[in-house]
Design a protein around this ligand. Sequence first.
Ligand code: 15L
Length: 268
Amino acid sequence: MIKRLLITGASGAIGSCLRAEMRNAYALVRLSDVRPLPAPVAVEECIRADLGNFEAVASLMQDIDCVIHLGGVPKEDSWNAILEHNIVGTYNVFEAARQAGVKRVIYASSNHVIGYYRADKTIGVEEPPRPDSRYGVSKVFGEALGRLYADKHGLSVACLRIGSFRERPQNVRQLATWISPRDMVHLVRCCIDAPDYRFLVLYGVSNNDRNRWRNPAAAVIGYQPQDNAEAHASEFQAPRPDGTDPSTEFHGGEFCSIEFTNIINKIE
Ligand code: 15L
């Protein structure tokens, strides 16, 4: 039974949204971020910590049952930033969790793990990764770490390949990739509360008509998203894809265009 949570990256958009719900449902909610955090409410504790510092991460883990690891750089960035915040930070979280006897880690992965698959192809969790950025590569690394700690140490791990977390979809791509705040909270609660599982990979996406991600593990944990981006479809004009813009050709959208020097047709 999971009662005591640690949320890393708690000042971010997803962390702030989860926070309001979690404090009413669990016995302890420890919130951590390298940035300032709003004052704790009820069962919350707020601790500023840099995930690059192993000792600081280790002290966050004391008496914790489940970590929701959101911390890190949330978009494409320099190699140094990705290395420090996403690669080293995520290693520190898994290793400190193991040392402290934490039962479960819920890892915020990203759809950018599979960003260079063609947008018209439906992708599940069995296909090999095709990251679209250094950021995407760091999420592949995080999923691999999760698999390692699940197999080698028996940690329970869920990796969430989160789509576009927004109040409402912002563009045509997000009519497929959107996850609403309500569905995000429900997804994380399902991952926390589901009884025994060892290792799961799930897409964090709402019940969108245009969704192109297969999510077999949703049934395992009881994830039943309520919102559908199609309700916003009339707000956007679909660009006419002419095969020249990576951001409309592939799942990863704009991340695929960043620093792109290849020829689109060479990507099978
Ligand atoms: C992500 O992983 C990012 O953190 C987020 O900012 C969005 O860009 C999202 O993916 C997306 O693909 O829309």
